[in-house]
Structure formats: C-alpha cells, structure tokens
Design a protein around this ligand. Structure first.
Ligand SMILES: [Zn+2]
Length: 316
C-alpha cells in the first residue's frame, strides 16, 4: 500500500507550553502517539477522570464565536483547537492523543507553525491500517448569512477561498490551494504556505474583547493587529495575503473534525468556524453526498484484537 494511503501518528511524545488566547492562562500540552483508528483525542489532565476525554469530532462543537470549542457529554470543554487540528492535517497525522492541563490550546504565535515544528520534532510514523478518506459524491452548499461553503466531487483536494473585509488593509483576497497528491504543492505547501499565517484582529475591537473577558492573552506576539491605517506588529505581515492564508489554515483545521481527510473541491466565501461546522453537520446529515474509503466496517474489523477477529471469522 502506498505511504499516503496509510494512517500516521507521532514517533514520540513532545511537550510545549504557552498561554490561551482568550483565557490568558498558562497551559502545558503534550502530543502523544496513538493507536490506529483512534483519531485525534484531547484529554484534560486538570479534570482527571473519565470525563476528561474529548474526541476531535464535528458533532461535539458547541461554540464557534472566536474559535472552535469542543465539549463532551460530561460538559468538559477544550477551546481554540483549530490551529493544532490544522497542523495535524497538514503534517499528515491521523492519530494522536493531546494531553493538556487547561481548557484552551495555547495560542503560541497565532499560527500553526509551532505545532508543525513540534510534530516534526516528534517524527511522523506510518501505521498498518489504511487511511480513511471522505469522498464527496454530490455537490453540497451550506450558507450562514453572507458566508458559504460548497463542496463538489474531485479526485484530490482543492480549497478555493475568498475573504471580504470592510477594511482597506484586508479588503478582498482570494486564494486557490491544490493539496492533491498529484499536485506539485502537497504537504510541503501546508508548512511553507499556510502554517505560518497568523490569526488577526482589529485594534478597534481589542478593548471591546478585553472588556468582555475575551482575548485576555492576546498581544502583538500572537496575533496580527490591524490598526486604522497600518499593521501594528513590528515587521508587518509575513505574507502580503497572510489574512486569506490564515482563513485557509482555520478551514483545514475545522474540516479535519470530519474525523477523516476530505477528498473533493471545496469553495468558500467569507468562511468562519460557524459555517465550517454547519457544513460538516449538513454533509454528514445528507445521505448520498459522500462515502468513505475504505468503508467504516473494514476499519472497525481491523481494530479488533487478532483473537476476536479470528473467532468472528470462524463463526461466519
Ligand atoms: Zn485561526
């Protein structure tokens, strides 16, 4: 089986520390290897019981206001997961356990680059199970106000993205990313073109957010701050179109909550965490709009211990 078709996890555990963008709280986080078919799983070590496990799946998203927040059946939350999820997607990781001693993923520098670097340090190793791909079978469009996401069948994965802000320093930006295996820009392009793009906010909103108890950890060290007539960060932007690149980074992280990599051509205008989640919910609710390869049953059989699958086979 080709390497791209096999699941991957981390070669070793790797730890980092930082602060939450909204909570302002210091946290320590460790990314661990995980067995095949386990997906991305968060574990809140500060909660410390079975309630601490939160699966990185779209149906557990409960808040999309200023980031993507997951909440399990016991009401335990983990927020601002999208940049880490994007790094897992872009660096080819399918299975990982993320232990963290607080409610929010550290914001680091506001991009996914520090997470991509951590994953590189840990190493990426192949597992024996086949990677499960979600293939779009029929066009589907989901709208949320002025925002929309549309997916159509395509061999490979393309993201076309458009943003339109009522601010002359951002205005209208469009980008086209082809992540298909046959494309010359593949995983490398995530690291070089997407991962370094930082989150952004407007100086006019900073006071409002802080008064509302949000963005407490926000600073020029972890976000682009857009002033009335200039970028307030020393050194300015990392890319001329850093804003649209960051929105693509967010989309990739949010879409990976499907629990599988998507194969199709996605076009989105004014994407956000809310419409991204609405898209996944609509996609999974609409029979015939997708299928997975290999199908789920094959995966679950391969997870069984050898003795169990042998017993089942002998009963058949
Ligand atoms: Zn973001």
């Amino acid at each position: 089986m080709k390497s791209a078709n096999l699941q991957k996890t981390l070669g070793s555990a790797v730890t980092c520390s930082g602060i939450g963008l909204h909570s302002g709280l210091p946290v320590s986080m460790t990314l661990h290897p995980a067995e095949a078919d386990s997906g991305i799983v968060f574990c809140r070590t500060d909660v410390g019981t079975e309630a601490s496990i939160i699966n990185a799946r779209y149906h557990l998203v409960t808040d999309t206001m200023l980031g993507t927040t997951l909440e399990n059946a016991q009401g335990v939350r983990i927020s601002t997961i999208e940049h880490l999820m994007s790094a897992f997607w872009g660096m080819g990781i399918d299975n990982a356990l993320v232990t963290i001693n607080g409610p929010e993923i550290p914001i680091m520098d506001g991009s996914a680059e520090p997470f991509a670097f951590l994953i590189e340090c840990a190493g990426v190793v192949e597992q024996k199970a086949p990677r499960r791909i979600l293939k779009i079978d029929a066009p589907i469009t989901v709208r949320d106000g002025d925002s929309w996401v549309k997916a159509v069948p395509h061999e490979g994965f393309i993201l076309d993205i458009n943003i339109d802000f009522d601010h002359h320093l951002i205005a209208n930006q469009h980008a086209h990313y082809d992540f298909s295996p046959h494309s010359t820009k593949s995983q490398t392009s995530f690291k070089q073109i997407i991962s370094r793009a930082r989150t952004f906010g407007f100086s006019s909103d900073v006071e409002k957010l802080k008064k509302a108890g949000l963005a407490r950890g926000g600073s020029l060290d972890n976000a682009i701050v857009v002033g009335e007539n200039s970028i307030l960060n020393e050194g300015g932007l990392r890319f001329e179109d850093e804003f649209v690149r960051h929105k693509a980074l967010d989309c990739l992280g949010d879409f990976f909550l499907a629990g599988m990599r998507i194969e199709g051509h996605i076009t989105t205008s004014r994407p956000g965490h809310g419409v991204n989640n609405k898209f996944l919910k609509a996609l999974f609710a609409q029979r015939g709009s997708w299928h997975s390869e290999p199908p789920a049953q094959i995966i679950s059989l391969s997870r069984m211990p050898m003795s169990a699958s042998v017993a089942q086979a002998s009963r058949a």
